[in-house]
Design a protein around this ligand. Structure first.
Ligand code: ADP
Length: 328
């Protein structure tokens, strides 16, 4: 069988402009720029660990697109499948921290270049050497990019890759008054590995229109699609994983967290890298809880390490740091 060392990450790439507080000496507020977008972060995490990561998506031909392209390439992410367009600018997000350190986002999007990617922009051999394709809901917010996301998921599967999805729901990105649930479910039904945070699990339970939709009902609904491994993370609290036959918990590694930005993306990067690197067979893997537990621990360690440094790309740990934490 063909070697499949690549993790492909599809869709959203943007620049976060993080508001820094005004200086005590009266210097005005400044904004620091960070490459981001959930799938771009996952690709950066995999590459930083030494894995083969490819970003598939569209960037503007503007200087912000250049910045993101160079940032991805600088992390060692393969840029072969990045398409550039002058039809829309690269997406920007402005991020401020409230008194509790919670982030609030203001997006300059749409129109944005990453939303203009279409199925016809996918290379014919895009997924031939790919172990797993990773997507997130931020590329479902408009019908054109949603169709391209679903097409990528189906083509990846047809080419023999596994498909992973982080629900990563940001209601502020969706058109006012729209209900994300139908498109999110359409994509979830194509994903074999599904990651949710606690709040997203709650949203999806309510979307079932079942008065007391329980977690069991949510899992039942997920098993009706292609889902085989469901991961529910909750920051520093234990994360829970589910398969049709088994379930387990992985405690967070104890670290000194300074910035939880992109912890979830680092978690997925660590998990997908472990999966792709060992050329694991998902079906076989899922039959042994101990191997699921080991895979998920790799993700949790990567997520924990990412919280010990500021930023997203810059916070992603290397293989040595990861192995050291895993052996602790
Ligand atoms: P998201 O960024 O998607 O909300 P989480 O914050 O739940 O994701 O983080 C994903 C995983 O990263 C967690 O399940 C945990 O293993 C690890 N992690 C996140 N925050 C911390 C923390 N403060 N300390 C240790 N590990 C953490």
């Amino acid at each position: 069988s063909q070697a499949r060392p690549w993790v492909a990450c599809f869709g959203e790439a943007l620049i976060d402009f993080l508001a820094e507080p005004p200086g005590a000496d009266g210097t005005p507020r400044r904004f620091a720029e960070y490459a981001g977008g959930a799938p771009a972060n996952v690709a950066a995490a995999v590459a930083r660990l030494g894995g083969r990561a490819r970003f598939v998506g569209m960037l503007g031909t503007d200087m912000f697109g250049d910045f993101l392209f160079d940032a991805l390439a600088g992390m060692g992410v393969d840029t072969r499948d990045i398409v550039r367009t002058d039809a829309a600018p690269t997406a920007l997000a402005f991020v401020s921290l409230d008194a509790d350190g919670e982030r609030s986002f203001s997006f300059r999007r749409p129109p944005a270049a990453d939303l203009l990617f279409r199925e016809s922009d996918l290379r014919a051999d895009a997924f031939d050497d790919v172990a797993v394709l990773h997507v997130c809901s931020n590329s479902l917010t408009e019908s054109g990019i949603a169709a391209a996301t679903l097409a990528a998921m189906r083509r990846a599967r047809a080419a023999g890759a596994r498909v992973s999805m982080d629900v990563n729901l940001r209601p502020s990105l969706w058109p006012a008054g729209s209900d994300p649930a139908p498109r999110v479910w359409a994509a979830l039904d194509e994903a074999e590995i599904v990651k949710l945070c606690d709040g997203e699990a709650c949203f999806l339970r309510h979307s079932l229109h079942d008065d007391d939709a329980s977690e069991a009902a949510l899992l039942e609904r997920l098993w009706q699609g292609r889902a085989q491994l469901v991961l529910v993370t909750d920051g520093a609290r234990p994360l829970r994983w589910f398969t049709r036959q088994a379930r387990g918990e992985v405690s967070a590694f104890r670290v000194r967290a300074v910035d939880t930005t992109a912890a979830g993306d680092a978690f997925m990067g660590g998990l997908l890298h472990a999966f792709a690197r060992q050329e694991l067979d998902l079906g076989a893997l899922l039959e042994t809880p101990a191997s699921i537990q080991a895979l998920v621990r790799s993700g949790a360690a990567c997520g924990a390490l990412a919280t010990t440094r500021h930023g997203a790309f810059a916070a992603m740990p290397g293989a040595d740091a990861l192995n050291e934490l895993l052996q602790r």
